[in-house]
Design a protein around this ligand. Sequence first.
Ligand code: NDP
Length: 255
Amino acid sequence: MSLAGKVVIVTGASSGIGASAAESFAKQGSKVVIVGRNEANLKATEAACKAANSKVELLVIAADVTTNAEKIINSTIERFGQLDVLVNNAGVGEMGSILDIDVDQFDRIMNINVRSVFLLTKYAAPHLIKTQGNIVNVSSVAGLRSFPGASVYCTSKAALDQFTRCIALDLAPKNVRVNAVNPGVIVTEFHKRLGMSAEDYAKYLEHSKSTHALGRVGEPKEVADAILYFASDSSSFITGATLPIDGGKHAMCPR
Ligand code: NDP
């Protein structure tokens, strides 16, 4: 499908990868539903989408995906009458060894990274069947590989990968495709929200050059390009896939 005129929901569009994806969809002429919690940042994404395409039709929804999944889908249908693409991108990380973390971390992360995706998918599916649309989930290399001190985040993204495959099979008979992208380290607010200082973040990005085979970290646009690929007809025979967008990080094994 050409993305022009398609109705696309992007969650977590107020920052980083989601903001870049929203802008890229706007550039293609899609009608974009921008979802996030931070209203000032949503306005910045709205402005970037309009700068990319002055004629773009936008719906801005300030909402928490954990509590407003049904509202997000219903508002989209009320405004645009259909839904073609759901991009489940909103997500958070938290760190800590199993010796230190408590069950609240598990509940918080699973609630945002997995449960909200389940709800959005459930409410979106009947509309995607009508349009023969598709879903793109934003997972992580942490879904494919294991990292110390990140058990809950890794588990949430592995669950998202498995959910992607299972829903791909559920919806394949209806010709609705479901795929995921698995980014490596991408320069966004993500790591700062983990509590890293500016200095630690700079060190982490430097260190990441050695953990990514291509010798560098990624930019949000590089993930957005893959999201648009899965959302478009260019990937018409691909479903249930988890695609690393990580400069080869998933293929590396320290020795
Ligand atoms: P950012 O922190 O820059 O953006 C995260 C986005 O998620 C924000 O728009 C935020 O909205 C939104 N969000 C978080 N929780 C909620 C919630 N409960 N309800 C609504 N929106 C929410 O990080 P990224 O852009 O990097 O992250 C996007 C996705 O990419 C995540 O799923 C992350 O796990 C994944 N990823 C990121 C990597 C990286 O290195 N950056 C690597 C691998 C995966 P708001 O600020 O408005 O609350």
